[in-house]
Design a protein around this ligand. Structure first.
Ligand SMILES: *Cc1c(COP(=O)(O)O)cnc(C)c1O
Length: 370
């Protein structure tokens, strides 16, 4: 019997090798390989235009902009955040010497529930760090209203929200700052990479100092900075990849449409539809398994898929707040975060990328619909 090939949850969007080689030659000829080279500059401009944001600073990954945002905004004390995210979100709060405070999520976005934020605010709270989970925008208006009322900063971990717009406006323009990840597993990648989006030129200048050890010129250091600089090879890679990202998102959209057609009405399987007015990027396709109605648990389905060579991911399980380092923190007790706790036990992100064939999609569906 012929062995079915494995179907992976994601697949990196790779630039055309010929085009990439052309740009590599330019870099080799110039011998300018890092520290604000011309490709770095071109990628920042191209991304600002593509995303519809005024100022963007590239970073070597999606974790450094989170760390740097908190540094730049001088965040201290307590930071309200979501337990339902990649662990880097909470790590960055901790690395800045702040205390993460967990607040529950909304069922419809899997992002911070604005109605539960105020109860977690104390005199030590200085910031809110929500996540646009799966690229589904959280209620930024409600969160900003709370931030304004209590004088808090808002830093969005927008690692999943590349290209996401609400009513024609980039969601990355919300809050004080937003961060992106360009890791190979994301919709748009530079192998490793990331970015910080800010609203004014002075702040961008400060961020650019911070990502270069705090250097503001040859002999002056203005702040305790870090090294987040992006080299020319990676910037060139990113420049070419940007040209094909719309096509990749369109392919992802078609996959989402097929999954929805096939899974609608399957008892015990819940999934998301598009949100009104939102331009989605289809970065993930989470399904939520209600074990009683579906007849098997999330994990039974997950491992059944795996045994058949179909690799989903339990994103996000376990909750950040359940890791031993964080489980003693405010809000970490499951009784305080019932929605996140339940959803973490229900979720499987199905394979979602630009290379899935009709046959692949059907294999995934057949494993779920019995
Ligand atoms: C991927 C991701 C990050 C970290 O990005 P890296 O580029 O891997 O450092 C942070 N937050 C969320 C929500 C992510 O999914």
């Amino acid at each position: 019997m012929m062995q079915n090939k494995n179907i992976t949850v994601t697949s990196p969007l790779l630039p055309d090798l010929g085009e990439f080689t052309e740009l590599l030659k330019e870099i080799w000829d110039s011998k300018w390989v890092t520290n604000n080279g011309s490709f770095h500059e071109r990628l920042e401009s191209a991304l600002a235009e593509y995303l519809g944001v005024p100022y963007i600073s590239l970073f070597t990954n999606g974790t450094l902009p989170l760390l740097t945002a908190l540094q730049a905004l001088c965040i201290t004390g307590e930071v309200i955040t979501t337990p339902y995210s990649f662990v880097a979100t909470t790590h960055c709060i901790w690395w800045n010497g702040c205390k993460p405070v967990f607040v529950d999520i909304e069922e419809d976005t899997c992002g911070l529930d604005p109605d539960r934020i105020e109860a977690a605010i104390t005199p030590r709270t200085t910031a809110i760090m929500p996540v646009h989970c799966y690229g589904r925008p959280v209620n930024t208006e409600a969160i900003q209203a709370i931030a304004d009322k209590y004088g808090l900063k808002v830093i969005y971990d927008a690692a999943h929200a590349f290209g996401v717009q609400v009513n024609g406006r980039s969601v990355l323009n919300e809050g004080d700052m937003s961060t992106l990840s360009f890791h190979a597993t994301k919709v748009y990648n530079t192998l490793e990479g990331g970015a910080l989006i800010v609203h004014d030129a002075a702040t961008k200048k400060h961020i650019d100092f911070l990502k270069n050890f705090g250097f503001a010129g040859e002999t002056e250091v203005v702040a305790p900075g870090i090294n987040g600089k992006v080299d020319e090879v990676r910037a060139a890679y990113g420049l070419i990849n940007l040209r094909q990202v719309d096509k990749a998102i369109e392919k992802r959209r078609a996959v989402a449409v097929r999954y929805r057609e096939a899974l609608r009405g399957v008892p015990g399987i819940r999934f998301f539809d598009d949100m009104p007015g939102v331009r989605h990027n289809y970065s993930y396709f989470p399904i939520f398994v209600n074990a009683k109605q579906y007849g098997s648990t999330r994990d039974e389905l997950y491992f059944r898929m795996r045994d058949a060579g179909v690799y989903g991911r339990r994103y996000f399980f376990p909750l950040i707040s359940s890791f031993s380092t964080y489980k003693g923190l405010p809000g970490a007790d499951p009784s305080n975060i019932p929605v996140a706790t339940r959803i973490a036990d229900e979720v499987i992100c199905l394979p979602m990328h630009h290379e899935l064939s009709e046959e692949d999609i059907n294999r995934v569906i057949e494993l779920i619909v019995r």
